[in-house]
Design a protein around this ligand. Sequence first.
Ligand SMILES: Nc1nc2c(c(=O)[nH]1)N[C@H]1C(S)=C(S)[C@@H](COP(=O)(O)OP(=O)(O)OC[C@H]3O[C@@H](n4cnc5c(=O)[nH]c(N)nc54)[C@H](O)[C@@H]3O)O[C@H]1N2
Ligand SMILES: Nc1nc2c(c(=O)[nH]1)N[C@H]1C(S)=C(S)[C@@H](COP(=O)(O)OP(=O)(O)OC[C@H]3O[C@@H](n4cnc5c(=O)[nH]c(N)nc54)[C@H](O)[C@@H]3O)O[C@H]1N2
Ligand code: SF4
Ligand SMILES: [Mo]
Length: 682
Amino acid sequence: MAYTQDGYQITRHVCPRNCYDVCGMLAYVRNGVLEKVTGDPAHGYTNGKLCAKGQTYVRRVYSPERLRYPMRQIGRGSGRWERLTWEQAMAIICEKILNIKDRYHSTLPLCLNKYSGNMGILHNAVEGMFNSLGPTTQAKGSSCWSAGIDAQLYDLGRNVSSDPKEMEKARLIILWGVNPAWTAIHSLPYIYQAQANGAKVVVIDPIYTQTARKADYFVQISPGEDGALALALAKELYESGKIDQNFIDHYTLGWPEFREYLSALDIDYLAGQCGQHKEGIKELAGMIASFSPVFIWVGFGLQRHVNGGQSLRVIDALAAMTGNIGIVGGGVQYAHRMTQCFNYHFLNSPAGTRHINMNEFARELGSINDPPVKLLWVACRNLVTQDVASSMLTKELDKLELIVTVEQFLTPTTYHSDIVLPTTTHFEELDVVSSYWHHWIGLNEQAIPPFFDSKSDLEIARLLAGTLNQYREGSSSFPVNKLPADFLDSEFNEKVYTLLGISHWSELATGPRRADIARTAWQDKCFATDSGKFEFFSTKARDNGLTALPEYTQGAVPNDKYPYWFITSHAQQGLNSQFQNIAVLPNDSEQTVFINSETAARKGLMNGEQIRVYNSMGAITLKACISQDIPPDVLVCHQGWRPGEDISLNALNVGLPTDMGDIGTGYKGLAFYDVFVDFEPV
Ligand SMILES: Nc1nc2c(c(=O)[nH]1)N[C@H]1C(S)=C(S)[C@@H](COP(=O)(O)OP(=O)(O)OC[C@H]3O[C@@H](n4cnc5c(=O)[nH]c(N)nc54)[C@H](O)[C@@H]3O)O[C@H]1N2
Ligand SMILES: Nc1nc2c(c(=O)[nH]1)N[C@H]1C(S)=C(S)[C@@H](COP(=O)(O)OP(=O)(O)OC[C@H]3O[C@@H](n4cnc5c(=O)[nH]c(N)nc54)[C@H](O)[C@@H]3O)O[C@H]1N2
Ligand code: SF4
Ligand SMILES: [Mo]
C-alpha cells in the first residue's frame, strides 16, 4: 500500500473525472497534509504526466470554498446557509423520506439524479442506497455519448476500441469531431510520434481548434454534416475502385445494398451540404486510399447532433469498405466499454423502479404523476449548469419538497437545494476507476483523512441507511456494516482479476494495470453483430425505426429568426463544470463567446463588448471575443461554471434528442450542439 520516501507518505490515485485520460497520480502527504500531487510514471498511458487541472488538486482539496459541514439553506436560493451536524441532516432527510412513504404508500416519489462528477465504481453506492429503499424514480441514460455508442453497436456489435498508442502505427490519422489538445491531452504524444514517423493528421471540425493547429490538413465542416462528407468520400473511393474487396467479401454484410445506395448519390450535392469543394473531397479520398492504415478517432462532439448516430455509422462504413477495420494502426475509435466488467451489485434496481430519461429530466419532473416526485437526491451532478432547458428545470426543482445535493462546492445546483452534504475527494476515499478511452485501471487509496466533516458518497449511503433503519426498521437493505474495502471485494470478480493479471485489487496499490484486451480492436475480424460481420446493412437498426443502411440524414439547421449555431463544446481549463472555480488556472476567467470577425463587423461589434445571445428559450449576456477560428454562422462558448457568474449556457438549449442511444444507454442522447440563436450588442 502506501510507501514512504523523503519523509512523504506516497499513495496511488487515478483522476476520477469524466475525462478520456483518467490519469494515474501519486499523492505526497506529510503530517496528514497533502502537499503535492504528481503524475504516476507507472501509468502506461499518461506516463507520469497530468493536465493543468490535475496540477491544481492540492488547491482543490484545500480550497477555502470547499464544503466543510452539512448545511441547510434557509429558503432556497437565499444563500443563507445554516451549519448542521450529520445527525441533524440525517434527521431532516429521514423524516422526510418516511413522511413521503406514509403519504404515498410508495417509495416512487423519491428521485435520484446522479451522473459523472466522480466515475469511481464505489460511487455507485448512491444508486445502491436508492435501490435499497424499494422502487424509486431514477434518471437514466447519458447526456454524453449515447448516439455514437449505438451507431457502433449496430455496425460492429460491441463498443470496443484500440489502445490509443496504436495511433503511432497509423499512416493517416483523422481526428473527426474531437479536440484532444484540450480534452485528451495525453493522447497527443502518440499523435506526435505518428507524425514523426511520417503520418499525416487531418482534423475535421467546424472550429479551427488547438488540435487543428497541430494537424497537416484541416477540414472546416458545416456542423452536423459529417455524414455528407463521409458519404461523398465513400462514393469517390468506390467509383475510383479504391476499396478493399477482400475485406468486404469476407467480413461484411450488406455491401451490395450500400454500393447501390452510394451509386445513387450526388457528390456535388453532398459537398455543398458539408461546405466543401469537390476537389478537397477527392484529395482526402486519395489520402485515405494511399495511406493505410487509417486511424479515425471520432469524438463525442461529432455526435451531439440530431443525426449524430448516422454520421458515425457512415464513418464506420467508410473505414470498412477501405479495409481499415481490425488492422494494426487503423480502425474507427470512439469509446470502449471493455473494462466495465465489475459486478455492479449496487446497480440492481428492484422491480417497479421508475426509470426516467435524464435528457428529459425537467419535462419528466413536470409530467410524471401517480405518484409525483417529491424528494430529489443529487450526486456527482451539476444539474443546473450541465442539463438542458435550465429555466424549465429550475421551475420544476422549485416545486419539490426536499432537494439534497452531495457536493464539494456551492454550485448553482446547491442554490436550488435545501440540504447540502459535503463529500470527500479521491484523496480521501478508497475506489477504483477505469477509462472509456485507454485500457488502464487504477486504484484510489486513502491518502488523507476526510476534509472537515465531509464523507464519501459510500459513507453517506451507509449513514443514511443506518439512520433510516433506526427510525423505522427494515426501511433500507443497504449493507451498512460493510467497509469500503469489503465493497471493493464484492465488486471484483475472476474476469476482472484475469484481465488485470492480479489476484486481489489491493495489488493495484503497486501501480495501475493495463487490462489484457486486444490492442487492435477487431483484429480477429469476428464482429459481435448477429451476423458476426461488419454490418453495412443492420436489421437491428431497421427494427429500431432507423434506416438499415448508414444513409445521409440532414441535420438541424439555423433559420431566419435564429441564424447562428450555438456550439458549447468542452473547455480547456474545465472538466465539464469542475475546476474553473479553482482560481489558479490561467484563462477563461469570464464566460466568453467567440464570434467570426466578419460576422462581428457586420453587426458593428467590437472585441470585448457584451452581447445578448438569445432564442425562444431565453437570453444570456456574454463577453464577445472576435476570432478567425469560427465560421460566420457559428457562435462558440466553452461550457463550464465559475462562481459568482449567473450564466447557464444551457438556458438556450431545448434539448433535442439524437437519432440513436436507446439500445446502449437506455435513452436517446442529447443533440447539445443543435442550438440556434441570434445576438445583439448590449
Ligand atoms: N452546454 C453543454 N452542456 C453539457 C455538455 C456540453 O458539451 N455542452 N456536455 C455534457 C456532457 S458530455 C457531460 S458528460 C455532462 C457532465 O455533467 P455532470 O456529470 O453533471 O458533470 P461534472 O461537472 O463533471 O460533475 C458534476 C458535479 O459533481 C461534483 N462532484 C465531484 N466529485 C464528486 C463526488 O465524489 N461526489 C459527489 N456527490 N459529487 C462530486 C462536482 O463538484 C460537480 O459539481 O455535461 C453535459 N452538459
Ligand atoms: N479539458 C477538458 N477535457 C475533457 C472534458 C472537458 O470538459 N474539458 N470533458 C470530458 C468529457 S465528459 C467528454 S464527453 C469529452 C469531450 O471531448 P471531445 O470528444 O473532444 O468532444 P467535444 O469537446 O464535445 O467536441 C469536440 C469537437 O467537436 C466539434 N464539433 C461540434 N460539432 C461538430 C460536428 O458537427 N462535426 C464535427 N466534425 N465536429 C463537431 C467541436 O467544435 C469540438 O472542437 O472530453 C472529456 N475531457
Ligand atoms: S482532468 Fe483528465 S487529463 Fe486532467 S488530470 Fe484528470 S484525467 Fe487527467
Ligand atoms: Mo461527457
